[in-house]
Design a protein around this ligand. Structure first.
Ligand code: SF4
Ligand code: ZN
Length: 122
């Protein structure tokens, strides 16, 4: 056991929408019985990339005793292309463009690097 940061999921707030599943590069999150779960704590590196993607604010990162992050195992997890992840401006998917998560007015969106300058410069 080591003390390190790891994702915490508030099941009261989680609606099971699944928006956090595919963006997790380590494949650590799955929807089980309608709720997001960290399927294996050794797969979660605690980077917290998923936090901003949850529309319900159900994800946080906490520091606690857990198993060490297993980078090798995380890398060997199957990764799927999620066709529901698209730029909210041009509707292009990750197979065509680079996508970044974006928060605006309590909503979690994706924007591609081509459309981002329009948001920055208006
Ligand atoms: S994005 Fe949030 S509400 Fe949706 S499944 Fe993940 S933790 Fe639950
Ligand atoms: Zn775009």
């Amino acid at each position: 056991m080591v003390k390190r940061t790891i994702v915490k999921i508030d099941e009261e707030k989680c609606t099971g929408c699944g928006k956090c599943v595919a963006p997790c590069a380590e494949g650590a999150i799955e929807i089980i019985d309608g709720k997001a779960k960290v399927v294996s704590e050794e797969l979660c590196d605690g980077m917290g990339y998923c936090i901003g993607l949850c529309p319900e604010g159900a994800l946080t990162v906490e520091e606690r005793d857990t198993v060490e992050f297993d980078e090798k195992k995380a890398k060997s997890q199957p990764h799927t292309t999620d066709i529901s992840i698209r730029c909210f401006k041009c509707n292009k998917g990750e197979d065509e463009v680079y996508l970044l998560p974006l928060r605006h007015k309590m909503k979690s969106e994706w924007v591609c690097t081509r459309c981002l300058p329009m948001l920055i410069h208006g």
